[in-house]
Design a binder for this molecule. Structure first.
Ligand code: ADP
Ligand code: ADP
Ligand code: MG
Length: 451
């Protein structure tokens, strides 16, 4: 096992990884930008090393500085966390070349699922159902041909997009040329790559994703699914649950098998997630693969009792998975609310500043993953995630009651947050009945007076 790991990330996820290391008696180095010098992960780490100024490209995305930091501190492995360098094959490769173990999949596996258009082709070959769509487009003619065959509405999606960005709805043929042009320009500006492709719009879908774990010895298992349909109008997840409501045991088995097949097809190693859309008739379609740990991994941990970060580290160290598919069982129901520094009423505008007052929820069946504390300055440079409130109970109705209780207890003052907004969601009658689709927020929260 590794003796020392460098954590190349910040915020709650840096703390999450640090906690896994500590329980495994592994020493930790937190690599931080000057904006995070006083942060909790930096304070709690065995060692901390500055990797640059606040802009991500100069610190958390600066591969050279990070690998140098590992060498200087004698760290044998790097955990990239979420976002930043976690899904860049070039970074995984650079680590390998510099003899530092990258805690994540091999670069080749990442490339096979690299951009979304390539991933779709890879999955089609592996016999996994994908949303009807095109490869990366060479010209508008190809788009028109697809649209004439499959009709509207459809989506233009950036092949290199992520974080809910780079997706554009097209209602009819008149809108298509302009949508393509705009999407290409936006994608080039946001992701540095202009490639786009088309997907048929799946109507009133649910976002259901399957967690997989694969070791370096050919063992692949899935850990059930997560329901992630509660998304902002910008397609960012807000509330996640495990397991998903309304997924029959048969559908669960088929989706689990498809996810395992997907991972095997690309020689995947480590933790990953296959994202699917499920339509009203229980058809499921591959959407993309997240080749890293996910923000919402905690709900899976709560119902399986498996520590996903510890498993990631063990897998990277060459250990075999300690369980077979049969030994993975699900207990109770877990829900996570992402508490963000943002104003839902003002188009989810981010909010930065000092947290003047803080009360975190607690008590039975409650887990709060957060790096914030009273007096903490939320920097304006990064993701708005402040805390994840995770609850576990014997079934979904009881878990919802527990989440309501937690959101009543929780107080953050000094900056704007979405706590009240989350409260509204979990009290909504449609939510409580499990009537969830990806447009839930628009349909049931913004467009209705229902409390
Ligand atoms: P990202 O990389 O931003 O996560 P995804 O491809 O995973 O992009 O899509 C994000 C969200 O957009 C999905 O969770 C879903 O709500 C919506 N979406 C994406 N593709 C489709 C589609 N073909 N039909 C309907 N909704 C879609
Ligand atoms: P998850 O898929 O784990 O739920 P998200 O989709 O919310 O996570 O993304 C995780 C983090 O990575 C967020 O901070 C998000 O903003 C960021 N992110 C993901 N993909 C990209 C991308 N292509 N460009 C910029 N940020 C991204
Ligand atoms: Mg996605």
């Amino acid at each position: 096992m590794f003796k020392k790991i460098l954590i190349a990330n910040r915020g709650e996820i840096a703390l999450r990884i640090l906690r896994a290391c500590r329980e495994m008696k592994i020493r930790t180095v937190v690599a931080y930008s000057t904006a995070d010098a006083d942060s909790l992960p930096v304070r709690l780490a065995d060692e901390a090393i500055c990797i640059g100024p606040p802009p991500p490209k100069d610190s958390y995305l600066h591969a050279h500085n990070i690998i140098s930091a590992a060498h200087i501190t004698g760290a044998e492995a790097i955990h990239p966390g979420i976002g930043f360098l976690s899904e860049r094959p070039s970074f995984a490769e650079a680590c390998e070349m510099c003899h530092v173990k990258f805690i994540g999949p091999p670069a080749e596996a990442m490339e096979a699922m690299g951009d979304k258009a390539t991933a779709r082709a890879t999955m089609q070959k592996a016999g996994v159902p994908v949303v009807p769509g095109t490869p990366a487009l060479n010209n508008d003619q190809e788009a028109l041909a697809f649209a004439q065959k499959y009709g509207y509405p459809l989506l233009v999606k950036a092949a290199f997009g992520g974080g809910g960005r780079g997706i554009r709805l097209v209602q009819n043929e008149d809108e298509l040329p302009r949508a393509l042009e705009m999407a290409r320009a936006e994608a080039a500006a946001a992701f540095g790559r202009a490639e786009v492709y088309l997907e048929k719009l799946i109507e009133e879908p649910r976002h259901v994703e399957v967690q997989v774990l694969a070791d370096a010895h050919g063992n692949v298992v899935h850990l059930g699914e997560r329901e992630c349909s509660i998304q902002s109008p910008r397609r960012q997840k807000i509330i996640e649950e495990a397991l998903a409501v309304g997924i029959s045991p048969d559908l669960r088995r088929r989706m689990g098998e498809a996810a395992v097949r997907a991972a095997r097809a690309i020689g995947y190693v480590n933790a990953g997630t296959i994202e699917f859309l499920v339509d009203a008739h229980d058809n499921f379609y591959f959407m993309e693969m997240n080749k890293r740990l996910q923000v919402e991994h905690c709900v899976t941990e709560m119902i399986t009792g498996i520590d996903l970060v510890q498993q990631q580290i063990r897998i990277a160290a060459g250990e075999r998975l300690p369980f077979s598919q049969k030994q993975i069982t699900f207990h109770g129901h877990a829900i996570e609310c992402r508490i963000n520094a943002e104003e839902p009423e003002r188009e989810f505008m981010p909010s930065a500043g000092c947290i003047e007052h803080l009360v975190l929820p607690g008590g039975p069946g409650v887990r709060v993953d957060t790096h914030i504390h009273a007096g903490y300055m939320v920097p304006p440079y990064y993701d708005p995630l402040l805390a994840k409130v995770i609850v576990w109970e014997k079934d979904r109705p009881a878990a919802i009651t527990r989440m309501q209780r937690c959101l009543q207890e929780m107080e953050i003052r000094g900056i704007k947050t979405n706590i009240a907004f989350c409260r509204k969601i979990v009290s909504n009658a449609y939510y409580r009945r499990g009537e969830l689709t990806t447009d839930f927020i628009q349909r049931r929260i913004f467009a209705s007076n229902q409390p």
